[in-house]
Design a binder for this molecule. Structure first.
Ligand SMILES: Cc1cc2nc3c(=O)[nH]c(=O)nc-3n(C[C@H](O)[C@H](O)[C@H](O)COP(=O)(O)OP(=O)(O)OC[C@H]3O[C@@H](n4cnc5c(N)ncnc54)[C@H](O)[C@@H]3O)c2cc1C
Length: 443
């Protein structure tokens, strides 16, 4: 059994690390689906665009996704109707349908070989109480004009897809590079300073002057502006891939904690999602997903872990981070639906940069998060941060440089994991992923 993502490909190109100071129109920070999609949609512009990636491109959260491209996303539509009303929920649906069309169009037009497969998607109820909610989701979707079919415990829709996300992103990176846009890997931004006409961004050795910065780094490495820790909660999930006959569909449980899809002769099972502040014994979490897989008569060949960010209202944060600041844009918090939303973010952000109208600008505006309207969610996020912090003090040891939580040792991956905001470090303290921007220090 390999403790790595099924999608892991050999890097056959040499990384191009930034070794000089540069001056660009647009700096994109992060080479996952958000950053690479933004680069892609800017490829034909005359702007000087550079993308910097702290590690290798697509080695962040995007490497560990399950790679479903679907608009059937647990029970999101009834939740959005409750929060914002029918029209806003329907607009979210339209955005997801358009994102799917956009992804498929890019794959076809660019002839990207990424194992794209059309499948039906299902949401499955885990018990009778959940079944009522699943039926309500069917009703909601039908009112929005979607054809939904039902079996005893599940509802399903057509025209959704699965793909090999890294084959897709690898090609998107190549296309971006070929168009003359710059990509620098192993280049981490550690500091951003606002200047009159943009930002000065600093790496360990160099400086990038940019008129506009796109924060596509999943969990931003800065606290202000936006105060991300209160605007999101982090969720961790455990996944296996096992040899299996391909039955050609995908499903997710109504609570989002379990799911499956097929890829060639593998089944990919998501077998447990938890708030990051819970279940701190990582070895147990891995054992649980392995047991879950074996109980289904399968033998895991691959097993891995992933973290994602959940917004306060079930809708992503894409757009301006600060009022009256057009030179800082962000795309993140996709609520575990980053294949559609990361692509949408690339399109929306590039439209904003190019001054083009995009009908989703208001829907995803990160500044919509109003303290009064979302006070409960913001308070829960703050409490979860405190819980993670307190529990980490009992279980963990060395301090995370980000906000001082104690790091918990993950003996499966030999990493130090932050139970508050999902930073990870290698055994020797070297940073794997942020929001921390520094290596950890041993006491
Ligand atoms: C278990 C699980 C299953 C999922 N399954 C699905 C699915 O089936 N379908 C779906 O649509 N979505 C799914 N998602 C969600 C999706 O994978 C993510 O939302 C998406 O990959 C996030 O992409 P990103 O580009 O924002 O982040 P990332 O892929 O993490 O990219 C951000 C990049 O920024 C870099 N970076 C960070 N800080 C810096 C810095 N300071 N300087 C330079 N670079 C930096 C990182 O190294 C990283 O490569 C899933 C998520 C999880 C957790």
């Amino acid at each position: 059994m390999k403790y790595q993502s099924l999608w892991q490909l050999e890097d056959d190109d040499k990384e191009n690390c930034l070794d000089k100071d540069i001056d660009v129109d647009v700096l994109i920070i992060g080479g996952g689906i958000t950053g690479l999609s933004t680069l892609y949609f800017l490829k034909d512009s005359n702007l000087r665009v550079a993308l910097v990636e702290a590690s290798r491109c697509y080695h962040g959260v995007s490497l560990y996704t399950t790679g479903k491209i679907t608009y059937l996303q647990e029970l999101v539509y009834q939740k959005l109707v409750k929060k914002y009303g029918f029209d806003v929920a329907k607009k979210y649906l339209t955005s997801q349908l358009e994102a799917i069309d956009l992804l498929v169009k890019i794959i076809n037009e660019e002839k990207i070989d990424c194992d794209l497969e059309k499948v039906n998607s299902y949401v499955v109820a885990r018990n009778k109480k959940d079944l009522k909610k699943v039926e309500k989701e069917k009703e909601t979707l039908e009112k929005m004009g979607v054809k939904v079919f039902k079996s005893k415990w599940a509802i399903g829709v057509m025209d959704t897809y699965v793909f090999q996300p890294i084959k897709y992103l690898k090609r998107i990176k190549e296309i971006g590079k070929k168009s003359g846009k710059e990509i620098y890997e192993m280049t981490r931004i550690k500091e951003m300073v606002k200047i009159e006409d943009g930002y000065i961004c600093k790496t360990d050795k160099n400086t990038i002057k940019a008129k506009l910065v796109v924060v596509a780094c999943h969990y931003p490495f800065f606290l202000k502006p936006y105060l991300m820790p209160v605007k999101v909660r982090c969720e961790k999930s455990y996944i296996t891939a096992s040899k299996s006959k391909n039955l050609g569909y995908s499903w997710i449980s109504s609570d989002g904690n379990y799911s499956a899809r097929y890829h060639h002769n593998y089944i990919i099972n998501l077998g447990g999602s938890y708030n990051i502040a819970n279940k701190l014994k990582e070895k147990k979490n891995f054992e649980r997903v392995i047991e879950y897989t074996k109980n289904r008569g399968l033998i895991p060949s691959y097993v891995w872990k992933n973290d994602d960010m959940i917004s306060v209202d079930g809708m992503p944060y894409i757009g301006k981070i600060e009022k009256n600041n057009d030179s800082l844009l962000m795309g993140t918090a996709y609520n575990t639906w980053g294949m559609t939303n990361g692509t949408l973010a690339g399109k929306l952000i590039s439209d904003m940069i190019l001054g083009k109208y995009n009908k989703y600008e208001n829907l995803f505006d990160p500044l919509r998060v109003n303290i009064w309207q979302h006070s409960w969610a913001l308070m829960i996020n703050s409490l979860l941060n405190i819980k993670g912090f307190m529990e980490s003090k009992i279980v963990g040891s060395h301090k995370c440089p980000h906000m001082g939580c104690s790091l918990v040792y993950n003996s499966v991956n030999n990493t130090w994991d932050c139970p508050c905001h999902a930073s990870r470090f290698w055994k020797d303290g070297n940073l794997i992923k942020g929001p921390s921007k520094e290596n950890m220090k041993f006491k």
